[in-house]
Design a binder for this molecule. Structure first.
Ligand SMILES: *Cc1c(COP(=O)(O)O)cnc(C)c1O
Length: 359
């Protein structure tokens, strides 16, 4: 059966070329007579895979030696605890920007480990826009300011950021590697792998080295950035297979010309979809135009009674996982790096036919 187009928000579609390579190597990696998932994380073979993955990730984002790159367990959500445990103090404070579902999750967890100040929020406007950086009200002696550059569920984003005196921390789960990023403006960038990098469970952390070394006393060793860095992300057995696949995705992206090239494709994909939606009376997207995500495109049907029919027929047409998150309703097309442009063309064609047949 041919592969279908998967618009799921995560675990998300993987580049087909990567899956094929993994398939080819699954039983016998590099003539070893073993699967890569069967070899020791301490073996020279795996250490080479791990080092190469880190180097390719660094190359893709031009990450300088001022930063440590860590691969972690627990996806993005574990970072919601790790960030305040490692960067803040129990009686100090940290600033958070409330831009939607994922920001709220980060805020709720951080409140267990430090005092959280909400620097800005667009909740009263139902997260139709992203709070502008100029409007953020940072507290005195703040340990850091945390924001979520791409809200995966709401479909809004903050495309650029200016330097700040307060260290900037970003949950980049669904935006990482989708377009160029000036890492030097940040103190910490983290995310789960399952959107643009690889299998779920794996997390990535890019942290400025001068922030290491001050964990709260209660921080579990396995969640301690300093120890993870010292142990080269192998404090215990890491998710080796996910790490290996992530390395292949980095190589794939490099072979396409890197982040600059994929950004052109991503922007073209997003423009096609948004301009079709905006030109239609049948579909709509409520997000402020300049704050729209290029990775996750939520849209509503004018007649919500047609939702089930839309989902049923799109599935039959080979367009999968278009159902919106239950908190937002409607539809959502996640169009990550791994989703080919032809998938967006097929979706727009389907949407046009569906609207004609049902108006
Ligand atoms: C998917 C996602 C998460 C949750 O990731 P897990 O790996 O399931 O913890 C957190 N934040 C953002 C922005 C996401 O897109």
């Amino acid at each position: 059966m041919p592969r279908k187009y998967n618009f799921g928000a995560g675990p998300a579609t993987m580049p087909e070329a990567v899956l094929k390579e993994v398939q080819d190597e699954l039983l016998d990696w590099n003539g070893l007579g073993l699967s890569v998932m069967e070899i020791s994380h301490r073996s020279p073979e795996f250490i080479e895979i791990a080092k190469q993955a880190e180097q390719d990730f660094r190359d893709l984002l031009s990450i300088s030696e001022d930063f440590a790159v860590l691969f972690t367990h627990g996806g993005a959500t574990m970072q919601n605890a790790m960030v305040p445990l490692n960067l803040a103090t129990q009686d100090g404070n940290a600033d958070y920007v409330n831009s939607g579902h994922w920001a709220k999750r980060s805020i709720k967890e951080a409140q267990r480990y430090t005092n959280v100040n909400i620097a800005a929020s667009s909740e009263e406007e139902e997260f139709r826009f992203f709070p502008k950086q100029e409007s953020w009200k940072l507290s005195e002696n703040s340990s850091y300011v945390h924001y979520t550059p791409n809200e995966t569920i709401g479909g809004l984003c903050l495309r650029s950021i200016e330097h700040s005196e307060v260290p900037i921390v970003a949950d980049y789960s669904s935006g990482i590697l989708s377009e160029p990023l000036d890492v030097s403006k940040f103190s910490l960038i983290y995310g789960g792998a399952q959107k643009n990098i690889g299998p779920s469970g794996l997390g990535f952390v890019i942290i400025k080295k001068d922030l290491l070394g001050n964990p709260q006393p209660i921080t579990p060793n396995l969640l301690n950035y300093t120890l993870i860095d010292e142990g080269e992300s192998m404090s215990n057995t890491p998710p080796t297979f996910a790490w290996y696949v992530a390395g292949k995705v980095f190589k794939w992206l490099k072979s396409l010309g890197g982040v600059e090239e994929i950004a052109k494709i991503n922007i073209r994909k997003a423009d096609k979809l948004y301009s079709y939606i905006d030109g239609s009376n049948f579909y709509r997207n409520n997000i402020n135009t300049e704050d729209r995500s290029i990775m996750n495109v939520p849209f509503l049907l004018a007649n919500e009674d047609l939702n089930d029919k839309f989902l049923e027929q799109s599935k039959e047409a080979g367009l999968l996982a278009l159902k919106g998150h239950r908190s937002v309703g409607g539809m959502r097309a996640s169009i990550y790096n791994g989703l080919p442009e032809e998938g967006v063309d097929a979706l727009v064609d389907f949407m046009e036919v569906f609207s004609k047949e049902n108006s």
